[in-house]
Design a protein around this ligand. Structure first.
Ligand code: FAD
Ligand code: DLZ
Ligand code: SF4
Length: 519
């Protein structure tokens, strides 16, 4: 009895649940490159190239294990170009008696999969995705009955359960659960972070890049600097490179930004983790081993493990707990269209130009750029969450809705009304100036909030606080900015709000000319 075992493009792992218990003589593994998955949002060209290349390398690795593999290429003339179509076609061609899948990463795909039984007349088994450390039931049980779903408490349970960075059943290594306060240094001038290991495209990836350029010429981004790991072996090398060269200073400079330094001390592994080339537990264990060997300090290792064991698992749990309604939340009633500069990168705001420019070239920006630059701007400017989510889904090589949506809706935009974060991550230019060197070379003046050359983050920030003063009046974490606003000279507040209004309407018209620096 042949089972058709589907492996999606973000499930390129030998340990994926759909392959467990496979009968090599009878079963068939299906990997299908389909246009519908490349265009449901017009992904960055590097993301499509990465996923298709990973699928092709993985198909070859499965065949080398002696498994029967059906890999359908994007330009195969008989390709129906949808997952449902390819599953039905493969089931028919090979006389499959049942279909086995792994739980997908996106709600829309799960809905689609749930229709395959009726469409094919075959039983469809959807197995839990065991790559995550917290099952969806486990997360639901944790969330049940809680008024607030704070990541920190979830993270502590995950630490206890996994035993990672513990020095006894209930005692965290070093005596504290969280060293976040030690993760906020700016990069000292002249620091040169190590260059991350690159994986130049092999012949197979080059062919895929050619295909992507032919099939999706209008998609955002460039492929010239493609250097992503596309096999599990390369992903392991990328992790090892991070652990040896960047992890020791990951903690100190986790929140830093610097002109011309797109990666700093970050791991650059989310794209590999999210498409199955790297296991999260392996990454956490490698970091923990570096700490135990004295090769990396606790603030770095705890910070890194918190991102994976804490944030990554937490956002995934939250996504599946709250979908489909989570997607349409707009608690701050933000309706402004996404300005064109998010696509062109053409702006005199040096911090925004840097974040968007590297996003176009590398399909990557690090967390603080995503949260405190492009995300913060979208929050302050009141950009429509649906348009902002679309942008984040399009532009990053690691973007999948299960992780993108909570980060954008919950963390960056506060569009979920505070499910994820107790206060909005809103900040003025002072924050960006403290954490980066962008302001030094910017056409705007970070010290000014009104008048010629005033930094847009400043007047937009106070406009945001004033706009939502009533909503946040009862929020103790917003008390300080609200108090400061109340004490401000009201003429200055009015001037900043007028500046914000004219800046935003110029932006809507596609104008936001570089202002001269104030004298
Ligand atoms: P590092 O900073 O080195 O962190 C290590 C790992 O921790 C990452 O690889 C990632 O797997 C995990 N991680 C860190 N922060 C988070 C987080 N907040 N949520 C989930 N996992 C986290 N991450 C994605 O994987 N895909 C997305 O589409 C995505 N969109 C984001 C959108 C916004 C607005 C924000 C604020 C964050 C987003 N993140 C997303 C989270 C985070 O920014 C990226 O995981 C990280 O920048 C990837 O780079 P890195 O591998 O160098 O991560
Ligand atoms: C991202 C992606 C792309 C670009 N292409 C494919 C594809 O051709 N075939 C496939 O099986 N998966 C692809 N993926 C990954 C899917 O979009 C992903 O599995 C869903 O979004 C669910 O997480
Ligand atoms: Fe960004 Fe304002 Fe600094 Fe310019 S001055 S880099 S716009 S924060």
């Amino acid at each position: 009895m042949t089972a058709l075992r589907l492996v999606l493009g973000d499930q390129c792992s030998h340990a994926i649940a759909a392959l467990a218990g496979i009968d090599p003589a009878r079963d068939l593994v299906l990997l299908a490159e389909v246009r519908s998955e490349c265009t449901y949002v017009p992904h960055h060209k590097q993301k499509i190239a990465l996923v298709l290349s990973a699928m092709r390398h993985f198909a070859a690795a499965l065949a080398a294990r002696g498994l029967r593999v059906r890999h359908v290429a994007l330009d195969d003339p008989s390709n129906t170009q949808t997952l449902a179509g390819e599953v039905a076609r493969a089931a028919r061609d090979h006389g499959a008696a049942r279909i086995i899948c792994t739980h997908p990463g996106e709600w829309r795909v799960l809905q689609d999969m749930r229709g395959w039984q009726d469409a094919t007349g075959l039983p469809v088994e959807i197995r839990e995705d065991g790559r995550f450390l917290c099952s969806l039931d486990r997360f639901r049980a944790w969330a049940a009955g809680r008024r607030q779903l704070r990541m920190e408490y979830f993270y502590r349970e995950m630490r206890r359960e996994s035993g990672l960075l513990m020095q006894g059943p209930d005692e965290p290594a070093g005596g504290a659960w969280n060293y976040d306060a030690e993760n906020r240094a700016a990069l000292p001038a002249g620091t040169m972070p190590p260059t991350p290991r690159r994986f130049p495209p092999d012949a197979l990836t080059q062919a895929v890049i050619g295909l992507v350029e032919r099939e999706f010429p209008g998609h955002f981004g460039t492929t010239d600097r493609f250097a992503w790991p596309v096999t599990a072996e390369q992903a392991r090398q990328a992790l090892a490179d991070f652990i040896a060269h960047r992890l020791p200073r990951f903690g100190d400079y986790q929140d830093a930004m610097a002109e011309g330094q797109p990666v700093l001390f970050h791991a650059l592994i989310a794209a590999a983790l999210n498409c199955g080339l790297l296991e999260p537990l392996e990454a956490c264990r490698a970091a923990e081993a570096a700490y135990r060997q004295g090769a990396a300090p606790l603030n770095a290792v705890e910070g890194f493990i918190r991102q994976i064991l804490g944030w990554r698992e937490y956002v995934r749990g939250l996504y599946w707990l709250k979908m489909p309604d989570y997607r349409t939340g707009n608690a701050l009633a933000a309706t402004r269209p996404l300005p064109w500069l998010y696509w062109s990168g053409e702006t005199a705001m040096a911090c925004m130009a840097a974040a968007i420019g590297q996003t176009r070239d590398l399909a990557y920006a690090h967390h603080i750029q995503r949260l405190m630059v492009t995300g913060n701007f979208a929050l302050l400017a009141g950009l429509d969450p649906a348009e902002v989510n679309h942008w984040y889904m399009v532009v990053y090589a690691d973007a999948y809705e299960w992780v993108e949506l909570p980060n954008v809706q919950g963390m960056a935009l506060h569009a979920d009304g505070g499910v994820m974060a107790s206060k909005p991550y809103a900040a003025s230019g002072a924050y960006i100036n403290r954490m980066s060197d962008h302001c030094r070379g910017c056409a705007y003046d970070v010290k000014r909030a009104t008048g010629p050359g005033a930094c847009p983050f400043n007047f937009l920030y106070w406009d945001f606080v004033a706009r939502h003063a009533q909503r946040f009046a009862g929020n103790p974490r917003m008390a300080m900015p609200l108090r400061t606003l109340a004490r401000m000279d009201q003429a200055k507040v009015a001037a900043m709000r007028a500046e914000a209004a004219s800046f935003l309407s110029a932006l809507e018209r596609g104008e936001a000319p570089a202002p001269p620096r104030a004298a």
